[in-house]
Design a protein around this ligand. Structure first.
Ligand code: ADP
Length: 375
């Protein structure tokens, strides 16, 4: 192998050469590795029959110019085009391909060189972003439609409604406006988590107090559930941001009451070396194994099939995971002994150094940037 052949064989892009009829005459660089066929298997085959390229809408298309004779005599190539292609063995491969043409004296194309790059990852990120945008638009539209509808109704028929009906409509408007505000708050949290700009004000805190506060606050709204907690005596202080940890616990306890029909919701704490483990267990239908990672993704929602099953935004657990990880902890879900869901997260115990910082937060203090956190 010559040095040039060696260099070409190591390319990360596929180099495919076609004749004027678009039959493959060269299969170099990463082509065999990326597409799964050896040179011997593809030489002489029409490239579009082999790769069956499809555009972003799933429509069949072709790589480079379909009819080289129709391409202007002065054109020397195509800018990058994106294709979803068939391969020998990969379930999904997106290619970003640029073609360059070589012409004979009459201007007809007699050779096409295709340089193709694997852009699957970039395409997946692009698609995920579009899905997020459409999910956000959908989440914002339904409460705003209701705010607009009820406000117009009140404005136009004010005199026809009695006070009780007016109050009912205003309560609905207020709750929908709260939903929009909450969603915007959650989206801001998501963007801070993703940009690594989450700011924590950490100091040694008593997590049992926070658990007490959360269960006490949510108990009156959870009519079918019994909320309880158990922490060993002398539970150590953890080094954390109390507001953010209250947000995590609120989300877990709220989920336990929201996504289960009835039963006990039990918050427990366990000490484990330099960590504590906090669990929220319920007696609902639990979360199937195949969804136990996915529930922590953005906009993941699973319809339990339960009548009146609540529709959330599917951002709560994503944010909880971001907040716990910013504290240097981990969060996961497993099945409880009776089949319900048990969400558990870990937090670092406050070290002697942290305790010396003092228990009171300094309002002037610079918040920790998540990730560079102590402990
Ligand atoms: P949401 O705001 O929709 O509750 P989350 O991110 O908090 O969003 O939860 C995502 C999904 O995980 C929920 O739609 C639900 O299907 C599932 N889930 C969360 N907690 C529980 C639970 N305790 N029991 C059963 N399913 C749960």
């Amino acid at each position: 192998m010559s040095p040039l052949e060696d260099i070409v064989a190591r390319l990360r892009d596929a180099l495919i050469v076609l004749d004027a009829k678009r039959h493959i005459t060269g299969w170099y660089g990463a082509a065999p590795r990326m597409l799964g066929w050896s040179e011997d298997e593809v030489l002489g085959k029409p490239v579009d029959d082999l790769l069956q390229p499809r555009d972003a809408n799933g429509n069949p298309t072709c790589i480079g110019p379909a009819d080289p004779d129709l391409v202007l005599g002065i054109t020397t190539g195509t800018p990058e085009q994106e294709f979803l292609v068939e391969t020998n063995g990969r379930p999904e491969l997106w290619l970003g391909a640029c073609c360059s043409y070589e012409r004979d004296a009459s201007g007809s194309i007699h050779r096409i060189t295709v340089v193709a790059r694997d852009i699957t990852r970039r395409k997946r990120i692009d698609m995920a972003k579009s899905e997020v945008i459409s999910a956000v638009a959908h989440e914002l539209r339904s409460p705003l439609t209701s705010v607009k509808g009820f406000t117009s109704t009140l404005l136009h028929r004010w005199d026809r409604f009695d006070d009780e009906t007016k109050k009912h409509l205003l309560v609905t408007i207020e709750s929908d406006a709260d939903r929009v505000t909450r969603l915007i708050g959650e989206l801001l949290d998501v963007s801070r988590i993703e940009a690594g700009r989450l700011e924590l004000r950490r100091y040694p805190i008593d997590i049992t107090e926070i658990a007490q506060k959360v269960t006490g606050r949510l108990a009156p709204t959870a009519a079918n559930h019994e909320l309880s907690m158990a922490f060993p005596p002398d539970f150590p202080a953890v080094f954390g941001d109390p507001d953010k940890l209250e947000q995590v616990l609120t989300n877990l306890v709220e989920n336990a009451t929201k996504h289960t029909e009835a039963g006990q919701v039990h918050v427990t704490g366990v000490v484990e070396d330099s960590k504590v483990r906090i669990s929220v267990a319920d007696e609902g239908e639990g979360i199937p194994k195949e969804h136990r990672l996915a529930v922590f993704g953005k906009f993941f929602r699973r319809n339990s099939g339960r009548v009146g099953s609540p529709s959330g935004t599917g951002l709560g657990l994503f944010i909880s995971k971001g907040l716990v990880e910013a504290h240097g902890g981990r969060i996961w879900v497993e099945a409880g002994d009776t089949g319900g869901a048990v969400f558990t997260f870990t937090l670092p115990v406050a070290l002697v150094d942290d305790l010396e910082i003092g228990a009171a937060p300094d309002p002037q203090a610079e918040p920790d940037k998540a990730g560079g956190a102590k402990a």
